[in-house]
Design a protein around this ligand. Structure first.
Ligand code: SAH
Length: 220
């Protein structure tokens, strides 16, 4: 795959981040580690935070939203078991960083964001990076993105009390959905669909910004 523009900058910081914050904490997929090494995380952070982009922490991206810490991005991406062939739906584009990581590992990524300004910013960074297999839409993720369903993989990056039924209906069979689920205490849930049966697995505790359910809708 071609190198992304902007990857020379901060390369050694990125290498350290992947080694210390992702690989050392248990993420073993070579492909996922390579994708994290390739995507210039600093370009997705606010200008003032560029130099903090490669720490082990989450980053504020405006509008009270955050870009997850590198380990969580790695763990959720690994759980999707991507082979390069999949069509993926992400709910919660935020900065676009997670979508950029997915773009290196899947065939096509569709990502939805309810805050117009975040969707616009994400689109502009992705286009600057010449990432062409990610499509960003400003819409309420409670309804997924039905026009392009079914999806081989679905990833939520905002914590819902439960997975909206309409989105679950958009998961292919076989398919995998990964989402932070729960109220005050959230867990990352991996749902595997195979032969018409859904099985869930718990990947551990997490802390995500809330998924805004229907009614509060799209803004901006
Ligand atoms: N994946 C992002 C981080 C996302 S933070 C990244 O890589 O930067 C979670 C995002 O989910 C926020 O931007 C928030 O606005 C969005 N969100 C919350 N509820 C939503 C909904 N119902 N529909 C679409 N997006 C939603």
């Amino acid at each position: 795959m071609s190198t992304l523009p902007g990857t020379e900058e901060f390369r050694s910081a990125r290498r350290r981040m992947v080694a210390d914050e992702v690989e050392a904490k248990g993420i073993g997929s070579r492909e996922v580690l390579r994708a994290l090494l390739e995507v210039p995380r600093h370009l997705f952070a606010d200008d003032a935070l560029r130099f903090q982009a490669y720490g082990g922490h989450a980053l504020p991206i405006g509008w009270g939203q955050t870009l997850s810490q590198p380990y969580v991005v790695g763990a959720m991406t690994e759980a999707l078991e991507l082979t390069g062939e999949e069509k993926v739906l992400e709910v919660g584009t935020g900065s676009g960083y997670q979508a950029a990581v997915l773009s290196r590992l899947a065939r096509e990524v569709r990502t939805v964001e309810r805050i117009g300004e975040l969707a616009r910013r994400a689109r502009s960074v992705l286009s600057r990076l010449k990432i062409r297999n990610v499509h960003v839409a400003c819409r309420d993720g409670s309804n997924g993105w039905g026009e392009h369903a079914p999806y081989d993989r679905i990833l939520f990056t905002a914590g819902a009390e439960s997975i909206p039924a309409e989105v679950l209906d958009q998961l292919a069979d076989p398919g995998i959905l990964v989402a932070p689920v729960g109220g005050a205490t959230q867990r990352i849930v991996v749902l595997r669909r195979e032969g018409g049966v859904d099985r869930t697995e718990d990947l551990g505790a997490c802390e995500f910004v809330p998924f805004i359910t229907s009614g509060e809708g799209r803004i901006g």
